[in-house]
Design a protein around this ligand. Structure first.
Ligand code: FE2
Length: 260
């Protein structure tokens, strides 16, 4: 099975964001996915669809992402707004508490999409209502599970981003801990970097954003978030019974291809 991990598109209604055009970046990513990975089963966008969470930005996001040749699954990020999102994407599934959480079955097991947006601020939250939903979802199947969320439930060594990680990480872990052996992978966004590792026995990965990135700065105290313009990328994910392969695709790279 093959799918695409796209994250942090940060669409604005018009104009530029940090001197870049996030709408053009998303259009280029969609064109690349259709042309190069049209055989993917679906695309998952792990949050920060828009930068300011306004209706006009969601309309633009929906128009661009609607050009994908395959289904797309959308998650909330700290820059998103549930109500404005609902106006642009009224069919997006929600849980009984109104959070943008859902699950679906794939050839590689059950995929669970989590909503880690906090009521305010940029850190992540996973309140008791959302934890109850996840507990039920995990208990209703014994299939392998793959998790998707915007905020990582652990620090990644970049102080400013660690300050705004998922704040209810211990409570979150208590819910998933009994199921660790069948959690195949955890995909997240938020950090705008390509990061891979394991956490408490669960493998994880994060992808670069499309418009701007967070600089690799592991030495700074939490005085400011340092951005940069490393190239945009998306993840090409191949899942088999025995393996998960995640390729970072520098889709905007135009360097020459040649016979090695
Ligand atoms: Fe972001």
């Amino acid at each position: 099975m093959k799918f695409i991990h796209l994250t942090d598109t940060h669409i604005v209604a018009d104009g530029l964001l940090y001197g870049q055009d996030p709408g053009a970046r998303l259009a280029a990513a969609v064109a690349s996915i259709n042309a190069e990975h049209g055989d993917a089963d679906f695309v998952v966008v792990t949050g920060d669809m828009t930068h300011w969470g306004d209706a006009a930005a969601y309309a633009r996001f929906a128009a661009e992402i609607g050009n994908l040749d395959m289904p797309v699954h959308l998650l909330m990020g700290n820059h998103d707004d549930r109500e404005a999102f609902a106006q642009a994407v009224p069919d997006a599934p929600r849980d009984t508490g109104g959070f943008v959480q859902s699950g679906f079955d794939t050839d590689a097991g059950r995929f669970l999409l989590l909503d880690t947006k906090a009521p305010e601020g940029h850190a992540g939250a996973f309140c008791a209502l959302r934890r109850d939903w996840l507990r039920v979802e995990l208990e209703r199947t014994q299939a392998p599970v793959t998790l998707f969320m915007h905020h990582p439930p652990f620090p990644v060594g970049i102080a400013a981003m660690d300050h705004i990680m998922l704040h209810e990480a211990e409570a979150f872990h208590e819910v998933i801990a009994p199921h660790t052996a069948r959690i195949r992978h955890l995909f997240f966004g938020h950090v705008h970097r390509a990061i891979w590792g394991t956490w408490r026995g669960i493998s994880y990965s994060c992808m670069r954003g499309l418009n701007h990135q967070v600089a690799l700065d592991l030495n700074r105290v939490r005085d400011r978030t340092v951005g940069n313009f490393e190239p945009p990328a998306y993840g090409v994910v191949l899942l088999g019974d025995a393996q998960i392969i995640i390729h970072l695709h520098d889709f905007a790279d135009r360097s020459e291809r040649f016979d090695l």
